[in-house]
Design a protein around this ligand. Structure first.
Ligand code: AN7
Length: 354
């Protein structure tokens, strides 16, 4: 039986037999072949796969790291945790804290997190405080508080978060039956996840479980692209609220992942993000939140430059970090409202075209 990522990958994680494991059986998310997208890639027999992290218990990849961060917090006898969040970290922290029966405080940028995520943090009983600033401001406050008070920080600066999240890379290689992808595409916000995946791939290679490493391709939103632009973005702007971050905590580690792997970090426009978002939904049947589709938007953008042509039969994995239901407002804004017709068979049939 699948009992979550700590149970499955404990040999790679900083746990012992006496670590209390707080889990919701996260991980084991599907790696889905994407036939339409594969056809869109300019290369010889390309294969594109989607790592659908939206199917984790709270609907995002954050659960992989949160299971470990909360388990270690309990092992270390903490009774309260805190995070700043663009939404998904708060949803995950709130859920795992509820399960562990500890206090959870979350600081969110006022008015800037998607409705589903706010609902999650609240329903799990977290204390949600909105600050009149952006994510970066909220994270600075959280750092100051955790420096001075006995409350554990569970943002990805917490090394256990990165340790847990690296299991995503292990799963991809397991699902590809001992092969590593040639390219690993991922959205970049605070840059914890790209750091975690790179660490995971490297550890799997050291153990001889894969023979090579992917090139890491990170994608930021154009209005929130500090790493691409090489400077802090004071007022980050993008419809992909999850990655609306102007000063990523793991900035240097993301650059290291890029450079060691021979990959790149680029940016995509909100239009490119939304086009990929719709394409994933209506051509692949996979519903994600806008930030997640940045990985696909980035791959499509790169493909147009002939980037993937240099590899024969390239295997590309795009991480889809969060579920589409997280941001229902964006989904509704992206489609036509349903047509209203009179309640009779004739009107409905006429509408269908029979
Ligand atoms: C769906 O929840 O930063 O580069 O506070 O929710 O590891 O930050 C979320 C980030 C990508 C970026 N996709 O990952 C938070 C938060 C989704 C996300 C990212 C986030 P990182």
């Amino acid at each position: 039986m699948w009992k979550g990522v700590i149970d499955k990958y404990k040999d790679f994680l900083p746990v012992t037999g006496s670590t209390p494991i707080i889990t919701l059986n996260e991980g084991n998310t599907p790696l889905i072949y994407a036939p339409h997208l594969s056809k869109c890639i300019d290369a010889v027999t390309p294969e594109l796969f989607l790592k659908y992290e939206g199917l984790n218990p709270t609907g995002s990849f954050k659960d992989r790291g949160m299971t470990l961060a909360i388990s270690k917090a309990i092992e270390e006898k903490s009774n309260a945790v805190i995070c700043a969040s663009t939404g998904n970290t708060s949803a995950s922290a709130a859920s795992y804290s509820a399960r562990a029966k500890i206090k959870c405080v979350v600081l969110i940028p006022k008015g800037a997190i998607a409705l589903g995520k706010l609902a999650q943090a609240l329903i799990h009983g977290a204390q949600v405080i909105a600050v009149d600033g952006n994510f970066d401001d909220a994270l600075n406050l959280v750092k100051e508080i955790t420096d001075k008070y006995p409350i554990k920080l569970v943002n990805s600066i917490n090394p256990y978060r990165i340790e847990g999240q690296k299991t995503g890379a292990f799963e991809i290689c397991d699902q590809l039956e001992g092969k590593h992808p040639d390219f690993h595409a991922i959205p970049v916000g605070n840059a914890g996840n790209i750091t975690a995946y790179w660490k995971g791939y490297k550890e799997y290679r050291e153990k001889g479980l894969i023979t090579g490493l992917p090139k890491m391709l990170g994608f930021q939103a154009e209005g929130a692209a500090p790493i691409v632009r090489g400077k802090v973005v004071k007022n980050p702007k993008t419809i992909a609220t999850a990655i609306r971050i102007g000063n990523p905590a793991s900035w240097k580690k993301a650059e290291l992942a890029r450079d060691e792997s021979g990959g790149l970090i680029d940016m995509v426009s909100d239009k490119e993000i939304l086009d990929a978002y719709k394409m994933l939904a209506d051509r692949e049947g996979v519903f994600v939140e806008p930030a997640s589709s940045a990985s696909v938007a980035g791959v499509l953008k790169l493909s147009k430059t002939g980037y993937f042509k240099k590899v024969h039969n390239p295997k590309i994995v795009c991480v889809l970090t969060g579920h589409g239901l997280k941001d229902p407002d964006r989904a509704i804004k992206s489609v036509k409202e349903p047509k209203v017709v009179p309640t009779n068979l004739q009107s409905v049939l006429k509408e269908i075209g029979y």
